[in-house]
Design a protein around this ligand. Structure first.
Ligand code: F6P
Length: 752
């Protein structure tokens, strides 16, 4: 409507102005034409009657003259007609001559164009025509025409012109509006489509839009600029929450389906006699992704590793989870013992795990393990294709178990957007070169659209490795790898936890947790407690932290019997020799240290080598005075973040290894080198002595950081980047299809 007015109002104004200027001109012109016609008519009448009138004059027959004049006066336009024999005589007339017109005045009214007189009856035209008598003057004929018909005609003409202009105005307005609307809509749609990455497209059912060609490259530049500005704006705009993440999925990705693929499943069904227990595994990956899937829905494909997993699924191997309020589908994949041994225990955990962690355990690579790794990755790829409801799903590939999967998915679903996240560190190029299948692994990973690591350091290591191992172009300005005509963005996405934590985890008060945990372990109320929570893994630095506890007690004997370190160690990867040895070594170390301080009424170390559900873990976090994370090498370490999240009382101290990704985000923790037992012992002492005020100040800073940089932001940023990539990819595809510039490689995703 507004658009229409914008066109119509100016048009009507122009037409009105036009009418205002033109109508008087038309009026003048009409009058002139009629005056000329009437004068010609007067001359004609004079010529016609001249001879008859002269005959009557000569015969002195005035009554015949009057008869002739009366005939002339019958014409409706003739107001009066008179014959003046001479200026001095009285006129012989028919009709009523105006009083100002007499024979004496005839001279002044003579002339070819006549004279217009105003009269009460309307305008009159007085035309005087001299008559001849045998070659000499013979008086004059005075003709007075009634011009009121001219005024009537002029008014009519004005009315017609007015209606004509009005009609013209309406038609032109309507045409203008329709055309304007059509072309405006076309431009808006075209421009929008361009900005969405769909412009310049020529779907088979749409006509070509050549008018967009000249602006295509400008728009492309614009899109890039907007995208580069957009992330900081988006991040500022959102307080990242499940709702914000849902909005990203809905707005940026139009509710596109999300498929997560990982080795570890989020819920494990375990048989306990007759009963089936549901367990949540000790896994940073699961901790991070489970709230994301609850928010985004979709399908999570994982290895069904629980003893009762098969009993819980439907005939498509699916089960809706979480059990107490289903929000997404878990699709389980079954592995044979042989497959699990080669792919999971062998290549992933005896090969890649030690390869990527600097923990002084030599990686073991066996061809038979590699074969199983390839085979199982291929099976995961087939399952992704089975579960995908569209040709261009968003697939989130998780971790080192599935390094070949991105390429395999890309080959089966070329338009998929594949975001791969590597949850563990990426080693330097020299270390990675140890792997006999290094090129195959890199090739597999570079099937991804986006490849994420926790830290910039790991991104840099990856780019260095690609540079060294593959014929690829590494762009360190944009952090992209161009390989096999496709682009992969390599980006840092520091993983985090759900914030605020689920209410169940904080339901029991800190005071109650303190009391319950101390009673459970037969410790007095004022007993200081340290806590460690890990998978029982040699990268976690459990030995190092227990040695630091021993050192603390050596250096501060007053703490013996008054401080206990509780270590929760969830059994993991049982059957791998290194793990078995490690777990035995830790058990022996605990026994030795406890024996050394056996004279004390309370043991210095309590080792809980068992799986603990999150509620139980949070109870320990809330009961403790200090939490120690002493990983020798860790991508992020979410235990550190969980401890901070658990402490809504703003108390407790975090001692954190400098070799974790988390140390870069949480400098308010006491940062230690886990290999330095004295430094760790001093950190424990400082933590136990730290005044409440300082604990609160540090805790607040760490809590606000984790609150802001929570796991919804982690996932949201990846999805926003994926959306931008999909749009850009579509735009470039269409440009290429229409013969636009196709010089640079396409993002490795979407619509190709
Ligand atoms: O976060 C690293 C990680 O290896 C995950 O990939 C894995 O789920 C978790 O630790 C636990 O390991 P696992 O799945 O072998 O028990």
């Amino acid at each position: 409507m507004r658009l229409s007015l914008r066109f119509i109002v100016p048009l009507l104004v122009v037409l009105a102005a036009f009418a205002y200027a033109v109508l008087p001109l038309v009026d003048d012109l009409t009058v002139q034409w009629f005056v000329r016609d009437l004068n010609i008519r007067a001359s004609l009448i004079a010529n016609t009657v001249q001879d008859s009138v002269q005959d009557m004059v000569r015969a002195g027959d005035q009554s015949r003259i009057r008869q002739i004049l009366a005939k002339i006066a019958q014409d409706e336009r003739v107001y009066a007609v008179a014959f003046c024999p001479s200026p001095e005589s009285q006129p012989i007339s028919a009709g009523t001559l105006p009083p100002t017109v007499g024979c004496a005045d005839a001279e002044s009214f003579s002339g070819p164009s006549g004279h217009v007189l105003a009269s009460p009856q309307g305008p009159l035209l007085v035309s005087v025509r001299p008559l001849e008598n045998q070659g000499g003057p013979g008086g004059s004929l005075v003709l007075v025409h009634d011009m009121s018909f001219v005024t009537r005609r002029s008014e009519e003409t004005q009315r017609y012109v007015f209606y004509l202009l009005l009609g013209l105005g309406v038609i032109v307005s309507l045409l203008t509006v329709v055309i304007a609307q059509l072309s405006w809509n076309g431009w808006v749609q075209g421009t929008r489509a361009l900005l969405r990455g769909e412009g310049l497209l020529r779907p088979s059912d749409q006509p070509d839009a050549p008018e967009f060609h000249p602006i295509a490259s400008d728009l492309r530049e614009l899109i890039r600029d907007i995208e580069s500005e957009r992330r900081p704006r988006d991040e500022d705009r959102f307080a990242w929450s499940p709702e914000a993440l849902r909005a990203v999925l809905h707005d940026e990705l139009r509710g596109q389906e999300v498929i997560v693929v990982s080795n570890r499943e989020p819920y494990i069904h375990i048989r306990r006699g007759e009963a089936i227990e549901v367990r949540r595994p000790a896994s940073g990956l699961v901790t991070a992704l489970e709230p994301i899937m609850r928010t985004c829905s979709g399908t999570w494909i994982a290895h069904g590793s629980g003893s009762a997993d098969r009993d819980a699924v439907d005939r498509h191997d699916r089960i809706a989870v979480p059990p107490d309020g289903p929000g997404y589908q878990l699709r389980r994949m079954w592995l044979t013992e042989e497959e699990e041994a080669g792919y999971y225990y062998g290549f992933a955990n005896e090969g890649l795990w030690p390869l990527c962690h600097i923990a002084h355990v030599r990686p073991t690579f066996r061809t038979s393990d590699w074969d199983q790794y390839v085979r199982v990755n291929r099976r995961f790829a087939r399952t992704v294709v089975e579960e995908s409801k569209s040709k261009d799903p968003i697939v989130l590939v998780q971790d080192y178990h599935l390094a070949l999967l991105p390429r395999m998915i890309r080959e089966a679903l070329p338009a998929a957007t594949i975001i791969t996240f590597w949850h563990i560190p990426w080693p330097n190029p020299e270390a990675f070169a140890i792997c006999p299948w290094r090129e195959e692994l890199l090739d597999g990973m570079l099937g991804s659209s986006i490849l994420g690591f926790h830290t910039q350091f790991h991104c840099n290591n990856f780019l260095d490795t690609v540079d060294r191992q593959l014929e690829a172009r590494v762009d360190r300005e944009t952090f992209t790898v161009s390989y096999r005509s496709a682009l992969t963005a390599v980006k840092r996405y520091p993983i985090s936890i759900e914030w605020p934590p689920a209410p169940d985890l904080l339901a029991k008060s800190v005071a109650q947790c303190r009391t319950d945990v101390r009673r459970r372990h037969d410790l007095p109320d004022d007993h200081a407690i340290g806590i460690g929570v890990d998978r029982f893994d040699y990268t976690k630095g459990i030995e190092e932290r227990l040695r630091a506890v021993e050192r603390l007690l050596e250096q501060h004997p007053e703490r013996v019997g008054r401080f206990t370190f509780v270590q929760i160690a969830a059994p993991t990867r049982a059957g791998i020799e290194e793990y078995d040895h490690y777990q035995s070594r830790v058990h022996a170390l605990v026994a030795r240290v406890n024996a050394r301080f056996a004279h004390a009424p309370r043991p210095p170390i309590i080792l809980l080598s068992a799986h603990h559900e999150p509620e139980a873990v949070y109870e320990y976090y809330r009961a403790a005075d200090v939490c120690v994370v002493s990983s020798l090498h860790d991508g992020m370490n979410l235990v550190a973040k969980e401890f901070v999240a658990a402490r809504d009382d703003e108390r407790g101290v975090l001692v954190l290894s400098q070799f974790t990704g988390a140390a870069r985000e949480l400098p308010e923790a006491i940062i230690v080198n886990p290999y330095d037992a004295d430094e760790c012992a001093a950190a424990l002492q400082a933590a136990l002595e730290m005044p409440d005020r300082e604990q609160r100040a540090r805790m607040r800073l760490m809590r606000s950081l984790i609150g802001e940089f929570n796991v919804f932001r982690w996932a949201g940023r990846m999805l926003i980047d994926a959306a931008a990539m999909r749009n850009r990819s579509r735009l470039l595809d269409r440009l290429v299809a229409r013969g636009g510039r196709a010089g640079s490689p396409q993002p490795a995703d979407g619509s190709r």
